[in-house]
Structures are given as C-alpha cells and as structure tokens.
Design a protein around this ligand. Structure first.
Ligand code: HEM
Length: 464
C-alpha cells in the first residue's frame, strides 16, 4: 500500500451551509461555546441548569440554526436506537481530523466499512493485545521514574495521550510509534480548540477568506496528515498477522469492496489515532486526578494489584479480576465523560417529548447531564467506585450512562479501552504515587471532548 498525497483534503468540497472548521460560525461546536463558556470552572453547569429549568427537550435557536438539547435517557434511546436511521452523524469541521473514516459515515456504507474492522475489537483479541499494552506501560514507567528523580511538574493528559497512542500502535498496528506523539497531539489540540479559530472566522465573515489559512491550524492539520503514511511505512515490530492494520490492508485489496480504497485506509488510521487515544487518555488522566485526591482509593487499587497480579505481567484473566480498579475507570467516565455530548442531525420530521423536530435540526444528546443527574445517581458529584461493584450496577437506569454512546453507532473500542486503562492504572500505581498539584477542583473545558482547563499538573513520587 502506498501513501497518498497529504494535502488533498484542502480542496474537498463541503455541503452548503456546513462548517469547514470547528471554529466556523456554522459549526455546532462553535455555537455551543456561547452556552458553555458562561461558567468558567465548569461550562457544563449552564446546560445542567437549562435542563432543570426547561425540561427534557430544549430547542435553542442560534444564528438561524435550531439546536435541540436532550437530557432524558429514554430520549437518548429514541435517537440512538429506536429511530437511529432518522438521525445521522454530525461531523462538520472535523473532516481534516477524520477524513472519510467510518466514524463520519452513515447507512450501508458505514456498515460496509465497519464490518471488516470489527474482528480486531472482539474481546477474544484482548489477550493477544495485553503484552503490547504492558510494554507501553513499562516504557511510560521509565519516563515517570525520571520525573520522580527530578521532581519536575508535568501535565498528565500529554503523558496519558502518548501512552494511549503507544498502546494502539503496538497492539493494533504492530508498530513502534513512528512519530513524535507530543508534537502530533499538540497539533490536534491546536485544531480542536474551537476558540483558537476565532480569527479565521472573523476574516471569513469579512469576505477575506474562504479556506482555513490560519497558520497554526493549517500547520497542525498538515502535521496530522503526515502520521498515517508514517504508520503504514514503518517497519512492523513482529510481522503479526492478526492486527487491525492487516484487516484494513486486506479490505483495500478486496476487489469486491472498491469503496475501501487507500485513502479510506489512511483515514481509518487517523480515526483510530484520535478517537482511540484522546478519549482513553482523558479517562486515565482524570482517574489519576481522582485517586490522587482519594488516597484510600489509590491504596485499594495497589492492594488489588498485589493480590491479583503479584509480580507477574498482567493477563486477560487478571483484567477480569481487577474489579475495583475497573470500577474506578467506570466511575471516572461517569464524572468526566470524554464525549460529553453526542451530536446528530435529524433527517426527517419527528416528535420527541411532545416537541417537534425538524429535518436539519442539530440534536445534542447531553450525556454529561444524565451522568450527573441526582435522579439516576445518588450523590452524583461524589467519586464512588463502589457504585460499579457487585450487583449495584444492575439497578442503574438504562441509557443514564453512555460514555461509549449507544445503539449501533456505539464505540468500537470501548471495551478495549477499559482493558488498557484498568491495566495502566493498576500497574502505574503499584510503582508510583502521582500527586496532583493543580487547582481544586480542576477546571473543565468543553468542546468536542471534555478536557481539563489548562491541563492536569502533577508531580511524581516513586514508591520504595
Ligand atoms: C475511554 C475511551 C473511549 C471513549 C470514552 C469513547 C467514546 C466514544 C463514543 C461516545 C463514540 C460514539 C460517538 C457517537 O455516537 O456520536 C465512539 C465511537 C467510536 N470510537 Fe470510541 N471511545 C473510546 C475509546 C476508543 C478506542 C480505544 C477506539 C479504537 C482504538 C475507539 C474508536 C472509535 C470509533 C472507530 C468510533 C466510531 C464507531 C462508528 O461510528 O461505528 N474509541 N467512541
């Protein structure tokens, strides 16, 4: 398979009225900043207050665009499951990041693209991936040992993001990361920080510009596009046959599947390197923030690791037995769902909760709101991993917890990310005591994902 020209996408036509960049005035991400920026420490609060005041279905008109915010689990199910075909994926402004990858498609083509890749995410594959997850965790430990020696303060999401990328490259692509992850992910952040695009938007409004020419954003996108060809071109670590990359390459060679061309392969890799890393990384970083503030949880994770794994390398059976550590990851995703809102576009008229939905309406499934609603969660702001232990989780209201979305478009890598994060949290805490040294509570920034405002600053201590 050969690499494609990297700058091809600048000339991709967009549908009328669709946003080219995240900061475009037509982009829902930009419009939502008007609602979510009002409260500085937690922009979700204003949406929570709206839900309390205006009920479960909240239509908002913003710059000639109707946005409908949903806050009830039964309405989430309606959009994601019952009438899934009437609500299509919304990806305006994310094209430079995702290209034409599966996550952006709908209907029969989406199904055709997902099908050949699905086997790589079957739980039976996790046992094969775990040695590579472990290898990535060991490399991260060496970096943390240096931080512990120097006493330096560092930002945690950058650390967990590079760990998640290393895991994906090693386990799913059979490659050592053939790019500088710190540089690449800084580039992604420049692109996805919606407010950064203000300048571009203003120039465009003045009729001066149409294409994204802001230097930083353009350079960031260019750096991002250089990554998939680097992955494809790098030497395999072990020539493994059962990897996601092999499945993607086989799909490209399949004459019965002409739509799955080389650009499709490149875009699938882009998709995994963002959707499969940032979300995983945010979860692990927020979980370290929570356990740093709850030392008894950190001690329990260490004890569980000692009892279950001891001095061996963790295996798939160990993952199943690390029940408390896994519960910490689940509770972290409840408090800080990386995808705080799932967006769809209505393709036909509908009625939800007695309110009319018009074709073209942007529908926001406010997952964060359900995760923090006292009707579904006792003491919702408290960090309580025990909610996920034993039979407790069975009492939860369906669709009140959807870190991985729901219905047929739910996350392909959700179960795998829980393996990655449970093993990482368990192993890293066995050797280290990460100390969160930033403001409490940490501020939240919400654009496409829910990120810590200004990052999560830590110092590292190595346990004797
Ligand atoms: C904590 C970790 C993760 C979270 C919170 C997360 C969250 C999500 C959510 C909410 C969706 C659905 C979005 C929607 O319906 O609009 C999604 C889709 C997706 N995720 Fe994840 N994800 C995680 C990890 C991963 C991993 C590890 C991978 C792969 C390596 C991955 C790959 C994907 C892909 C390809 C889709 C699109 C599926 C489709 O459209 O059929 N994700 N993810």
């Amino acid at each position: 398979m050969t690499a494609q020209p990297l700058l091809r996408e600048t000339s991709t036509p967009t549908t009328a009225g669709a946003a080219q960049g995240l900061g475009d005035e037509n982009s829902i991400w930009f419009k939502l900043t008007a609602l979510t920026r009002a409260e500085t420490d937690n922009p979700m609060t204003i949406l929570m207050q709206m839900a309390e005041r205006y009920g479960p279905v909240i239509p908002v008109n913003m710059a000639n665009q109707r946005i409908v915010i949903l806050t009830e689990p039964e309405d989430f199910k309606h959009v994601l499951v019952t009438k899934a075909d009437s609500y299509v994926k919304y990806f305006d402004g994310l094209k430079p990041i995702f290209g034409k990858s599966m996550i952006t498609n709908d209907g029969a083509l989406w199904q055709k693209i997902r099908m050949p890749q699905q086997p790589a995410f079957h739980p039976d594959m996790f046992a094969e991936y775990i040695p590579y997850f472990n290898a990535a965790i060991r490399s991260k430990m060496e970096i943390w040992a240096d931080y512990a020696r120097t006493g330096e303060t560092f930002e945690m999401v950058e650390q967990t993001w590079t760990l998640a990328a290393d895991m994906i490259c090693k386990a799913l692509f059979d490659r050592d990361m053939p790019f500088n992850p710190h540089f690449v992910f800084k580039c992604v952040k420049i692109y996805t920080d919606v407010m950064n695009h203000k300048e571009i938007r203003l120039k465009r409004q003045a009729g001066e510009l149409f294409e994204v020419t802001d230097e930083d954003a353009a350079k960031a996108v260019e750096a991002w596009w250089s990554v998939p060809p680097a992955v494809i071109g790098a030497d395999p670590r072990e020539q493994r046959e059962r990897t996601l990359l092999k499945l993607i390459e086989a799909a490209v060679k399949d004459p019965k599947f002409p739509e799955f061309d080389e650009q499709q392969a490149i875009d699938e890799i882009k998709q995994y390197l963002w959707a499969g890393t940032e979300t995983t990384a945010l979860t692990l970083a927020w979980s370290l923030y929570e356990v740093s503030r709850n030392p008894e949880a950190a001690d329990r994770i260490r004890r569980e690791g000692e009892e279950v794994v001891g001095d061996r390398e963790p295996t798939a059976a160990d993952y199943s037995a690390l029940a408390y550590t896994r519960a910490v990851i689940q509770e972290t995703m409840r408090l800080y769902p990386p995808v705080w809102g799932l967006i769809r576009v209505a393709s036909e008229p509908d009625v939800i909760g007695g309110k009319e939905i018009h074709p073209g309406d942007r529908v926001v499934i406010f997952a964060y709101g359900a995760h923090h609603n006292a009707r579904f969660w006792e003491d919702p702001e408290a960090f309580r991993p025990e909610r996920w232990m034993g039979g407790a989780a069975k009492k939860q209201v369906k669709y009140s917890y959807l870190p991985f979305g729901g219905g047929k478009r739910s996350c392909i890598g959700g179960a795998m990310s829980q393996v990655e994060n449970t093993l990482a949290l368990s192993q890293l805490l066995r050797r280290f005591r990460p100390e969160y040294v930033g403001p409490v509570p940490a501020g939240i920034n919400a654009t496409v994902t829910l990120t810590p405002k200004g990052g999560l600053m830590f110092k590292m201590h190595e346990l004797s």
